[in-house]
Design a binder for this molecule. Structure first.
Ligand code: NAD
Length: 487
């Protein structure tokens, strides 16, 4: 079995305990992981705190920080295939996607490398003649980063990149489900030459490691990606240290298709939106909202595509749908499909796990018209689509917004004015028109409502890792006048 280690204060170490990681394609243990508990968390946060205030990191110029990030970007690009194989092995995400995604992760680091020396303070036109006043932008402090299992290198890059550009130090907690790629990534941090303690990478379980990290008194900000229930724990923990939070949570994203759309293209985007990554995507377009006149035709096209999907080993480049990351996840999906069928949803295709080893689930479609299916509200985080139909544009918009989530939305129509109207009316942080599941380091990403708050990607994300300091400098040589009056 392969063994992985934590990376704390520039050194690789075993955790306080160890646990086995399961290969989801076979259901058998393949690697031993370090389990960080409270003492490891404390060491890691102390290391980050020292690196921020005492170590050489605080003395580097922004340009030097940028150079380290460029080096890291190159190392990620050079090692993308190896990291992709580890992610595929440990989480079941298909190699076809992990290799492309991790190569693109390098671009996130490159983007934030360029931003490091473009984070500027400002000079204030203050209303007093003998004062110069500036706003300095300083790093927000020690950041705790907690990520879920899917796309860990990607979900951590959108935090680590801007946080390093801003000059922060950090403790990154990889998910206990599939931590291998992130623990291995620590070797690249080491090789890039970041001073000890700037980036610490650990893994462990939520209630012990995650909780200890998010309530640690020396943590200033928590950047969390995961489910809303866990986010509530994190926010409660932050009542201890009063750290600020940014939350990237789940979704129940609408995918609206009008009769005038290119149905073939919309169907491909819908497949990307719900079956890619075996549906384990926060932006999964899991609620199809389809104009009634083309519902039967569109479902027919989708059903054919779902049934033609190549299911297989995630390490095979030909595979399109691999296993779910954990048995728990597959059981959750299975149970939610059962409850939805019991509530009146009709099965169009799929609806069960195929025979054989591994945590697979068939690409599935539920027709939810006329039912109160729980699948319309609860996140599967799996390859299950729930379909509803509409007659009017107003009805489509009402259905799209009938959710407490608000991460993403897809809209397929050739009618430009309608696209503009709906784009404004949809309550979601990202709206894709005639496309789906497109991301870029340049474009902010994040949600409304139960999907969280804060944005990742873009310049604003780097500014979110800063806090301002107001500096007053008196330019007069005269003695300070009346000390009993606030000036
Ligand atoms: P999760 O919420 O169960 O776990 C996420 C992380 O939180 C893990 O590292 C876990 O160990 C940690 N954790 C668990 N309990 C904790 C606690 N009490 N205190 C601190 N940390 C704790 O999420 P998951 O099931 O691993 O991932 C799936 C969820 O993530 C889905 O809801 C999905 O939509 C969401 N997600 C969101 C985005 C986004 O960018 N919006 C991206 C990917 C996934």
């Amino acid at each position: 079995m392969q063994r992985f280690q934590c990376y704390i204060d520039g050194e690789f170490s075993d955790g306080e305990a160890r646990f086995e990681s399961i290969d989801p394609a076979t259901g058998t243990a393949w690697a031993e992981m370090p389990e960080a508990r409270e003492a490891d968390v404390d060491r890691a946060v102390e290391a980050a705190h020292n690196a921020l205030y005492v170590g050489p990191w605080s003395k580097l110029t922004a340009t030097q920080r940028g150079k380290l990030l460029y080096k890291l970007a190159d190392l990620v690009a050079e090692n993308a295939q190896r990291l992709a194989e580890l992610e595929t092995r440990d989480t079941g995400k298909i190699i076809r996607e992990t290799s492309a995604q991790i190569a693109y992760v390098a671009e996130y680091y490159r983007y934030y490398a360029g931003i490091a020396d473009k984070i500027e303070g400002s000079y204030l036109p203050i209303d007093k003649p003998d004062m110069d006043v500036w706003l300095r932008r300083e790093p927000i402090g020690v950041v705790a980063m907690v990520v879920p299992w899917n796309s860990q290198l990607f979900l951590s890059a959108v935090k680590i990149g801007p946080a390093l550009a801003a000059g922060c130090t950090m403790v990154v907690k990889a998910s206990e489900d599939g931590p291998a790629p992130l623990l291995e990534f620590a070797r690249l941090i080491d090789r890039a030459g970041f001073p000890a303690g700037v980036v610490n990478i650990i893994t462990g379980f939520g209630p012990s490691c995650g909780a200890a990290l998010s309530r640690h008194p020396k943590v200033d900000h928590i950047a969390f990606t995961g489910g809303p229930e866990t986010a509530r724990h994190v926010v409660r923990n932050s009542a201890e240290n009063l750290a600020s939070t940014s939350l990237e949570l789940g979704g129940k994203s609408p995918f609206i298709v009008f009769a005038d759309a290119d149905l073939e293209s919309a169907a491909n985007a819908q497949v990307a939106g719900i079956f890619a990554a075996t549906g384990q995507s926060c932006v999964a377009g899991s609620r199809l909202i389809i104009e009634r006149s083309v519902k039967a035709r569109f479902l027919e096209i989708l059903k054919a595509k779902a049934e033609a999907v190549r299911i297989g080993s995630p390490l095979d480049m030909a595979t399109e749908v691999g296993p779910l990351a954990t048995r728990r996840q597959r059981d959750h999906i299975d149970a939610l499909v059962e409850r939805s069928l019991a509530a009146g949803a009709k099965l169009v295709t799929g609806g069960s796990a195929p025979d054989g080893a591994g945590y697979y689930y068939l690409p599935s479609i539920l027709d939810c018209d006329g039912s109160a299916s729980p699948s319309l509200e609860e996140e599967f985080f799996g390859p299950v689509l729930s379909a509803l139909s509409f007659e009017t544009e107003a009805e489509a918009l009402a259905l799209a917004n009938d959710t407490r989530y608000g991460l993403a939305a897809g809209l397929f129509t050739r009618d430009l004015t309608r696209a503009h109207r709906l784009m404004k009316g949809i309550r979601a942080g990202i709206v894709w028109v005639n496309t789906y599941r497109a991301v870029s380091p340049i474009a902010p990403f994040g949600g409304f409502g139960l999907s969280g708050h804060g944005r990742e990607g873009g310049m604003a994300a780097a500014l979110d890792y800063t806090r301002t300091k107001t500096v007053w400098l008196r330019t007069s040589d005269e003695p300070i006048p009346d000390p009993f009056v606030m000036r």
